[in-house]
Design a protein. Structure first.
Length: 284
């Protein structure tokens, strides 16, 4: 299983407020054809660019973390003079912030998202930089008061520490271990090695090794429900690293069996995992 970008699970970038469960907002959530072929055709026709998950309204739900990342991020952005948002996707989450600092930059590695983020964030004065996820950050040292990230592929703690000013903060929501693995392992079978990745304590140790001090670390396991096979197909087409190389044709037997399972037994239930991490660069 390959690395997750942005979000292992792309969550709909709306405000972090109740209810505790949300639909992926947008469409009517009702298919004109509830047959396997109709649901799959509808999912395959749906666009997959960006991190807007509104297509899932009425078709999939996901419990959200209790801390409310977007709100907390917005509060921090309003208090600083300079900030960097890593792996910004299409800029949807950053754009929720009511107030951005005078100097605001964002990085993104996937060209369609770079274009989308530039259109969305450019009018707010954000400089969107196309940067590979695994490359050094294209910024000078001690350039930012705050670095944020929502579901980065991998937090480059050494680079984060380098670009933070003394006293600056890294504030992020990361995908946790074995996130949505009920669905991953339905298609791929057991993934024991991948299950051990993204441990929050390991990541905290990596941050400390880079010279950062851990201020806060919290983790939660959150219920997801897929209500029809179309939602499963669209999810796997959009979140391409969950089942690498996924196509409807390659996995048709499993998809048809899962369609019958959902029809007879109700939603397919999985669990996402998330952790909130806040780390500070010492003053000296």
């Amino acid at each position: 299983m390959c690395s997750m970008s942005h979000p292992e699970i792309p969550h709909t970038p709306h405000t972090d407020h109740p209810p505790a469960h949300r639909s992926y907002d947008g469409s009517s959530g009702e298919s004109n054809d509830a047959s396997y072929d109709g649901l799959v055709a509808e999912a395959v026709a749906a666009p997959t660019e960006g991190w807007d998950f509104s297509w899932f309204d009425g078709r999939a739900t996901e419990e959200r973390p209790s801390w409310g990342y977007a709100r907390l991020m917005g509060e921090r952005l309003a208090r600083v003079e300079s900030a960097l948002d890593l792996h910004t996707g299409g800029g949807e989450v950053l754009n929720l912030a009511p107030k951005l600092p005078p100097l605001m930059a964002a990085t993104e590695g996937w060209p369609p998202n770079v274009e989308k983020a530039t259109r969305l964030l450019g009018p707010r004065g954000v400089v969107v930089v196309a940067a590979p996820d695994d490359a050094p950050l294209p910024f000078a040292g001690a350039a930012f008061d705050l670095v944020t990230a929502r579901h980065p592929v991998k937090a480059p703690f050494g680079e984060i520490a380098r670009v933070l000013r003394p006293g600056g903060t890294y504030f992020a929501q990361h995908v946790g271990p074995a996130s949505v693995f009920e669905l991953v392992e339905y298609f791929l079978g057991p993934q024991p090695e991948a299950r051990r990745g993204r441990d929050p304590e390991v990541e905290a140790a990596q941050a400390r090794a880079a010279g950062l001090e851990i201020v806060d670390l919290r983790a939660e396991r959150l219920r997801m429900e897929f209500h029809d096979i179309g939602a499963v197909v669209h999810f796997l087409r959009k979140v391409v690293w969950m089942v690498p190389g996924f196509t409807v044709e390659a996995y048709e037997p499993q998809l048809r069996a899962l369609h019958e399972q959902i029809k007879e037994g109700g939603p397919f239930v999985a669990h996402s995992t998330r952790h909130l991490i806040e780390a500070r660069k010492p003053q000296s």
